[in-house]
Design a protein around this ligand. Structure first.
Ligand SMILES: C[S@@+](CC[C@H](N)C(=O)[O-])C[C@H]1O[C@@H](n2cnc3c(N)ncnc32)[C@H](O)[C@@H]1O
Length: 255
């Protein structure tokens, strides 16, 4: 029989997921492709941008995130959690909520973002990003104070939530993080993905997870492929919802 404690954890995390994705209240989309309405299928697959809810990754990726976090907590895989590219913070808030639900008082939640949207493409250094238009969307620029406030609204802002404010190329190489159990990449572009992998992958524990939100985007996909080829990483990549994918670090440390 499932214990009362586990049943309550499940209830809390299910409700938290529904609130953070906007499914709970049927929060309408605000992106230019979907139109101003709530479409359950789009929200399930993270294909729209909610008007008010705190994450755009959708329900399937939230469930994957929960499974990965629960797995490292229950398996006692050492390391902090980090998301690179947080927008309004919803996926990071979920990760923090999961550590809280399981009474984990040691892991830190790193929250890395420019808090001013994506960088313009730099095709000289990263040809795969030529023509990328993500930086032209003001909806993707969310100030740090708003993300902090979103953590606060859920009662999840404390000293173990660490904000890394700035461009990944500046913040991630010197981030004060030694071991990582969950590395969640959500920077959309080749540049943002490769910089996060170069700076952080070697810190992911054996048994930790790498989750790539934008695996279905050509630039991000190429960055992951280039990095894995360079370091001889052949861990099986599992798809989530036709866009995102993940793998578990099951090899000796790289580098
Ligand atoms: C698609 S949004 C992330 C969605 C978020 N994970 C969620 O739960 O809804 C992409 C985010 O990555 C950030 N970003 C992308 N590239 C970056 C870079 N090179 N440096 C800093 N932030 C970056 C943007 O500011 C934006 O907040």
């Amino acid at each position: 029989m499932i214990s009362t404690e586990l049943r309550l954890i499940n209830r809390y995390l299910t409700l938290l997921e529904k609130s953070l994705t906007g499914s709970l209240v049927g929060d309408a989309a605000m992106d230019q492709w979907t139109g101003p309405r709530f479409e359950p299928k789009a929200r399930q697959l993270g294909r729209d941008w909610p008007s008010l809810a705190q994450t755009m990754i959708g329900e399937a990726r939230m469930k994957n995130l929960r499974q990965c976090c629960e797995s490292v907590i229950l398996d006692e895989v050492p390391g902090d959690f980090i998301e690179t590219g947080v927008w309004r913070g919803g996926a990071s808030i979920f990760m923090k909520g999961i550590t809280e639900a399981y009474g984990d008082r040691t892991r830190r939640q790193f929250v890395a973002d420019s808090f001013q949207g994506l960088p313009p493409p730099n095709p000289g250094e990263f040809p795969a990003d030529a023509g990328d238009v993500h930086h032209t969307y003001p909806q993707l620029a969310i100030p740090k104070a708003e993300v902090e406030n979103n953590f606060r609204k859920y009662g999840l802002l404390d000293e173990r939530v660490i904000f890394l404010e700035g461009w990944f190329k500046d913040t991630l190489p010197t981030a004060p993080i030694e071991r990582i159990a969950i590395l969640r990449l959500d920077g959309d572009m080749y540049e943002s993905t490769i910089q996060a992998l170069e700076a952080l992958y070697a810190k992911v524990s054996f048994g930790g997870y790498v989750i790539v939100d934008d695996f279905g985007l050509p630039g991000c996909n190429k960055a992951v492929g280039d990095f894995r080829t360079k370091h001889g990483i052949d861990s099986i990549i599992f798809p989530i919802d036709g866009m995102a994918a993940w793998w578990r670090v099951d090899h000796a440390p790289i580098g």
